[in-house]
Design a protein around this ligand. Structure first.
Ligand code: ADP
Length: 276
């Protein structure tokens, strides 16, 4: 009798847990549906603002100089809102397990150069210097998503370096037993023999040791960033981490407050006969 009662209790707990799990899944699905509905409702007016902004910019006359700055601000702020909406959509997709990847062989060197060029035109003060050591190992990944990660890291390097314009982007092959892996990542590197590693180094604000473990968390913003009143929502890096993890990769940061930060990610090399 006792044994049966014990089995009954265990079974009841299991059923309860399964019900909770189902409810959680339903809630996540409902949240994703809600976020995507709101996101699409926001995107339409944003697209209209951008459209009218372009028309207004085209119609500017030489003596309309006073309007150029307000129009630039409209473009920047609309772009920020757009980014925020996209980030919220990505996060809800991740939570609902609906982030789909289009994995194909990716020319990483070209992707780096293209993304750096896009970011370089956004800033006159910063100099983005690319150092790629060939040959990079072949990788199979979602090009758009890896570009998004890189773009985020570059945009952050620019945003959080108000006083020093030098930003270096390095890419090379690292082996599992490479001496360059930082201590807290080293034990994970043995998962694959060869990796493609991309690093983005800035000489900006840097991050305090107490904040370092939290930077990839959702909505986290470092103390220093808030003090300096640099705008942001604390979402970009958490999305980067999700995107790199779904690729089986690693992402990390090393930083010294007041000296700068190096954000890096590693993607496993495609082994012969693996993937397509
Ligand atoms: P956001 O930049 O929108 O706040 P992120 O998720 O991209 O969000 O970054 C989270 C936080 O990590 C930032 O608010 C900032 O405090 C810190 N951070 C990110 N990148 C850097 C960097 N290159 N230098 C210094 N701090 C950074």
């Amino acid at each position: 009798m006792e044994l049966l009662a014990a089995i009954g209790r265990v079974a009841a707990t299991a059923i309860h847990n399964a019900q909770l799990f189902e409810r959680e899944k339903t809630l996540l699905r409902e949240r994703e549906e809600f976020v995507s509905l709101v996101a699409h409702e926001l995107k339409n007016p944003l697209a209209a603002i951008m459209g009218y902004h372009q028309i207004a910019t085209r119609r500017l006359r030489p003596h309309d100089d006073g309007l150029r700055r307000p129009l630039r601000v409209i473009a920047e702020q609309t772009e920020r809102l757009n980014r925020l909406v996209e980030d919220l959509l990505d996060l809800s997709r991740v939570d609902a397990g609906r982030l789909s990847l289009e994995r194909k062989p990716v020319g990483l060197a070209l992707l780096i150069r293209e993304t750096v060029d896009q970011q370089q035109v956004q800033t006159a003060f910063h100099r983005l210097e690319v150092k790629i050591i060939p040959p990079l190992p072949p990788i199979v990944a979602d090009k758009m998503r890896i570009g998004q990660v890189l773009q985020n890291l570059l945009a952050n390097a620019i945003k959080y370096s108000p006083n020093d314009g030098m930003i270096e982007i390095r890419a090379s092959e690292w082996l599992a037993d490479d001496g360059r892996w930082p201590a807290h990542v080293c034990h994970l590197a043995s998962r694959h023999e060869r990796w493609a590693v991309v690093e983005v180094q800035d000489h900006g604000l840097g991050i305090a040791p107490i904040d370092l473990p939290k930077v990839f968390g959702r909505f986290f913003r470092a103390e220093k960033t808030i003090e300096e009143q640099i705008p942001g929502a604390g979402l970009g890096l958490s999305i980067c981490a999700e995107l790199i993890h779904v690729h089986g990769g690693l992402i990390w940061v090393e930083s010294t407050l007041g000296e700068g930060s190096t954000f890096a990610f590693a993607l496993p090399a495609q082994e012969t006969g693996e993937g397509g």
